[in-house]
Write a protein that binds this ligand. Sequence first.
Ligand code: PEP
Ligand code: MN
Length: 332
Amino acid sequence: MIVHLKANTSQEKAGQIAEKLNAFHIKSSGIHVLITEASTKEIPGEIENDVDKFWVFDNDIQLASKKYCSDKREVKIGNVSIGGNNNSTLLIGGPCSVESEEQIRSSAELLVGMGLSTLRGGCYKPRTSPYSFQGMGLEGLKLLAKMREEYGLNVITEARDATHIDEIIHYSDVIQVGAKAMYDQGILRACAKTQKPVLIKRGFGTTLKEFVQAAEFVLSGGNENVILCERGLRTFETGTRFTLDLCGVAWLQEHVNLPIVLDPSHAMGYAYGVPVLSRACVAMGIDGLLIETHPNPKVAKSDAAQQLNYDEFKALFESLKPVAKSVGYKMV
Ligand code: PEP
Ligand code: MN
């Protein structure tokens, strides 16, 4: 259950009520909001007079539910925003991994030249093999921060585990929680304590409910700036790397009030499929599109097969504009 207390409720009183209900207590637009387990269906008589409104739910998708807030939330990322009534699709581009200053600077210059605002690049890579490139770590984060400073870009980078989450929160404008990391409650709880935007990627074996529940960890801890990212599920198919769950995206659009980003690069796993898949994504009217691009994909230290070269990335952006327009959106 979600409870809004009356506007004049003091902090102390709200705290006491939260304790009585064994509830999470956050403040949203100046209102005291309490969140209990979904099994709570009734307001106890002794607090009835303190309650302004309340909502009951069938399960623990609560703060993220459209039943609670039917409008899509808007999340600010520096001087741009994603979601809300923007009707725009934010193109997030950059390499899988930050590999050198020269490489990430070339990506930053590419984006600036195209009028784009948000640069991605992993520094702590959640690789399947311990022998593969693991990312530049803190040195990479400092390079991203340098790009932000020099080019005025927003940067997004992923947390692999909770050990370096404070570094990521410090250096990044958007904290990416990867598909393998989205069950790490150390990361989720740390993300709840900051106000920086958090982009949670869906695990490749994660149900939609579990996906949104990961978001609830962040929302119920007091950070309302959560973005969801669908990046493909593991199925029986081996011809493509993963299977992009567009049905799941339609479900999220219907039931969940968080902005949605799609990542066709990781889903497809091969550069040849990324443009067509991207056009399908944008045709759904989505809030963001995450695309990996590299100055020379052949020599990329991670996810080489799926990264677009810069010419392909520029051509993709142009091709997406009319698709976005056809559904009342614009590419930004
Ligand atoms: C990435 O964005 O480079 C990445 C590792 O993504 P995912 O967590 O979706 O595998
Ligand atoms: Mn990658």
